[in-house]
Design a binder for this molecule. Structure first.
Ligand SMILES: Cc1cc2nc3c(=O)[nH]c(=O)nc-3n(C[C@H](O)[C@H](O)[C@H](O)COP(=O)(O)O)c2cc1C
Length: 314
């Protein structure tokens, strides 16, 4: 199974909807995280994220970053009433403000706090469907040991592991040897995540870890939306890739335009759409830097043609 990783600002509801309509092949989608204390669920900027009409094409798991059991329960009830059956707890985000508050990646260094939270939550809601998304440590690649000891005691649905430490942010490489140790120690279903950017990356991990049935991909799919089909052995040419990008963009553009009546807001979303894709074109990164200056509809479409004319480097 293939999951689309949540990337704050990039895998917005509009992107997920367009992706599900035009590309598909993803078994689970995740919202970028909602943060305890910040989320006013009636905020129109937040509402489309969970809008059932926009999320009906695939299984959506709302994600939350918190260390507060009351908020977790409240969030679960809120999304449950909308029809979402499972939530995901973010235990990996390296944003310093989040880590400092012992949320996201910060929670990895707080096994007792996690235990207290899970105790409270499962006492109130023994059937809660909760999955976790973890890294392997905050500063050192061993915090996962005490975290796994805690979570083994609770009915967690699955654990997505991005085997980097928080301090690495996105630098260096994932440590798949630690992932192997986690497979041995953790009693829950595991999902692997991190730097799967090509069919070769995927094949080498699936053959090394045959017991892992689900893989989560983020930037690899954002750079090359047809990667999902390529992983399933569909033969895709550069021409087909570019055609799919055109269709995906058209769908994304329409979704954002339908929701926001304000070109400047729309344009911010459009910039996120091209950020990763432009890396797949020879000269695309330099071309991307000029996008800001094309903040008018006609100029914008000229900019797109300039990008799509460049050679695909994947
Ligand atoms: C810009 C950016 C935003 C992200 N936002 C989130 C988020 O909201 N929640 C989350 O769990 N992970 C988030 N991540 C991490 C990704 O979900 C994923 O774990 C990471 O990018 C590694 O996978 P990849 O190499 O396939 O992209 C983010 C990553 C990036 C680069």
């Amino acid at each position: 199974m293939i999951y689309l990783a949540p990337l704050q600002s990039y895998t917005s509801v509009f992107y997920r909807k367009a992706f599900a309509d035009v590309v598909g092949g993803v078994n689970k989608y995740f919202t970028p995280f909602f943060e305890c204390g910040k989320t006013r669920f009636t905020d129109p900027d937040i509402l489309p994220e969970l809008d059932v009409a926009l999320n009906s094409n695939g299984l959506l798991i709302p994600q939350v970053a918190t260390n507060d059991s009351d908020f977790l329960v409240q969030f679960y009830h809120f999304v449950n009433e909308m029809g979402y059956r499972e939530i995901n707890l973010n235990m990996g985000c390296p944003f310093p403000m989040l880590v400092k508050r012992k949320r996201g990646g910060g929670l990895l260094g707080e096994p007792l706090l996690l235990q207290e939270m899970l105790d409270n939550v499962f006492r109130q809601l023994p059937d809660m469907r909760l999955s976790l998304k973890i890294r392997i440590g905050v500063e050192e690649a061993n915090d996962w040991r005490s975290i796994v000891d805690v979570i083994n005691n609770y009915p967690i649905k699955e654990v997505i592991v991005h085997p980097r430490i928080v301090a690495q942010k996105y630098s260096g490489v994932p440590d798949w040897d630690v992932f192997e140790e986690i497979i041995a120690a953790c009693q829950h279903s595991l999902v692997g995540n991190g730097d799967i950017n090509s069919v070769e990356d995927y094949k080498s991990l699936t053959s090394r870890f045959p017991s892992i049935k689900a893989w989560m991909l983020g930037r690899g799919i954002l750079r090359n939306p047809t990667l999902v089909s390529e992983l399933r052995n569909v033969n895709v040419t550069d021409k087909m890739r570019i055609e799919k990008i055109r269709l995906l963009h058209a769908a994304f553009f329409n979704e954002v335009m339908a929701y926001y009546n304000d070109w400047n807001r729309v344009f911010n979303f459009l910039m996120t759409f091209w950020y990763y894709i432009s890396m797949s074109f020879d000269g695309g990164v330099r071309h991307y830097r000029k996008l800001k200056k094309h903040n008018r509809e006609t100029l914008y479409f000229e900019w797109i043609e300039g990008l799509l004319d460049m050679p695909w480097i994947g």
